[in-house]
Design a protein around this ligand. Sequence first.
Ligand SMILES: [Zn+2]
Length: 248
Amino acid sequence: MMYSQFLATGGLWLSLSGTEILVDPGPGCIVQASKRKLKAEKLDAIILSHRHLDHSADVNIMVEAMTQGGLKRHGRLFAPADALEPEPVIFSYIRELIDGVETLEEGKSYSIGDISFSTPVKHIHPVETYGLVFRTAEHTFSHITDTRYFEGLSQHYGGELLIINVVFLEPHTPSDYPGMPIDHLSVPDVKCIIMELKPKVAILTHFGMSMWRAKPWEIAQRLSEKTGVRVIAARDGMKFELSKLDEG
Ligand SMILES: [Zn+2]
């Protein structure tokens, strides 16, 4: 998907009671953000769930844009240790433009303005990867990023909204994808997670080609029927208002 750009790989932009946070700026983030008039200089922080290219390729340009090339020094970057050492995804001269870099660790909490977020559990993925649980004054929501399904995964997450990365339509075994990382969730995994967590709304995102061919909006509809939870397939540029969580 990243190579074809059938779907954009720009990440998630959170605007939470005046705090602006960018999660996983993949390739094209700067283009997608400017196209949608999202102002990088307003960002307070950038979070990388992990170092894979589809989640981090535009981190340097986004940090530089956040500080307007260093003129407005501010903001922080949060990333797992292996995104920072021994082969940092961020150049050292760009790293100097911001207020700080914080290392994500399992079971820790962090704050950005009035927002807090935690990284409850290390995921099963080829590089160090965390999902995120955000807490604002009014809402709690989770983002389950790249991972293989594992026993107890969902018990680390919760809240009214679940944003979940679903790459595969069906579970894959290594022989289906020789030499490819397969540590990703598929639709049956996501169905279990939604049934266990019962959020008010679940947003599916990060689709691979098998998902795209199967029409994610139809899969979301079927998952809604099976789970009783409102399931939405993300689209490029889609906006979701937390204040509308209770709307049917
Ligand atoms: Zn990944």
